[in-house]
Design a protein around this ligand. Sequence first.
Ligand SMILES: Cc1cc2nc3c(=O)[nH]c(=O)nc-3n(C[C@H](O)[C@H](O)[C@H](O)COP(=O)(O)OP(=O)(O)OC[C@H]3O[C@@H](n4cnc5c(N)ncnc54)[C@H](O)[C@@H]3O)c2cc1C
Ligand SMILES: O=C(O)[C@@H]1CCCC=N1
Length: 388
Amino acid sequence: MMSDSEFDCVVIGAGVQGSFTAYQLAKRKKKTLLLEQFVLPHSRGSSHGQTRIIRKAYEEDFYVRMMEESYKLWTQMEKEAGVKLYRQTGLLVMGPENNENYQIRKKTLLKNNVPMEQLTPENFGQHFPNVSLAKGHAAFVELTAGVLYADRTLKAVQGQFQKLGGVIRDNEKVTNIKPGSLVTVSTSNGVYRTKRLVIAAGPWTNKLLVDTGIQLPLEVVRINVCYWREKVQGSYDVKQSFPCFLQTEGEESSDHIYGLPANEYPGMVKICLHAGSNTDPDQRDQQTDRSDIETLQRFVSRRFPGLFSEPAVVESCLYTVTPDDHFVLDHHPAYRNIVIGAGFSGHGFKFGPVVGQILCDLSLGEVPSFDLSPFRIRRFQAKNKSLL
Ligand SMILES: Cc1cc2nc3c(=O)[nH]c(=O)nc-3n(C[C@H](O)[C@H](O)[C@H](O)COP(=O)(O)OP(=O)(O)OC[C@H]3O[C@@H](n4cnc5c(N)ncnc54)[C@H](O)[C@@H]3O)c2cc1C
Ligand SMILES: O=C(O)[C@@H]1CCCC=N1
């Protein structure tokens, strides 16, 4: 019989990845504790806000395959929790016709039979009268892409976890990890012992890993989340079937620009640059760089003539970025009973259900159904031995 402070598994971090992992562990009848440093819900990490894009438009086949499973698991969670988490809107992908990144993405979708519609510069305006396609650019629509409701997801997954007997302790910061066959986890409120630990701490990952003797090559980046007001309300609204969009590269920036239809704030479209400035997650609001906003203003005024080119609302969110933009899903190199899910590099939300399954499999010593070589920690070792 385990005491109240002993668990089969402790998960650190109640963002999207930690919450789905804890849910999977509880589903497999493991006594699981989910620890969160802030009072839930909170907006200090990477998973807050109302919406995220779900798509299969990736360059790599392995992400497309993971998304096939993820879509099924999103539907399953919607049914189990009785809430709508996904809305199909399509994803408009635009990029320079001859750009490698744009072309590979298109080919990967075609190869994997993802439903899509290719547009021409001639018919683009009929489909999207309020968007101006740049000269020399091409476009297609990934039809099954859409919007995920983020805050609602966290509430649903954490609720299902608790229904399965899982314990959430929020406002409880992990202050020390002592590895061992039973890992000792000290928090601001107590001490727990667990057979297995999953670290899903988002931007705080390296702060926690110090105790376990490693550091990963992760950069924490602050993103200015900008909302742009419509000149005529409804022109880019989710209810009018305006899609999510992705501009792979353009005159304004070599970084991607992406957006979601007006949804959370009536009459405002979310458009962001997929880049920002480095920050310490505990000092996020001291990072005030707004150079990305100037890039976005140029983009909005050229490509979205129906929006005012001054953001009406600017919020903050954090990315935790790896050197190759691929995730870390692996065992700790020195301690097999510690599993790490990190470095989601600004595109991990849509994978939440499948990441939860993978981290749970790894933690229980089971073989995940995906090839995890792109996500192994040793890929960094080969490049820079001093990082580990
Ligand atoms: C602006 C923006 C737009 C994005 N758009 C998309 C998109 O369209 N589609 C998509 O798929 N993805 C998108 N992403 C990426 C996606 O949101 C992230 O990849 C995902 O939310 C990462 O989740 P996480 O659980 O790893 O991190 P987090 O959500 O940050 O969760 C980590 C949690 O760990 C907790 N924690 C840390 N340290 C401790 C400690 N010591 N003790 C206790 N708790 C601790 C933190 O408080 C936090 O709650 C976007 C991200 C941003 C910022
Ligand atoms: O993951 C996503 O879909 C978004 C859009 C592209 C850049 C990052 N996040």
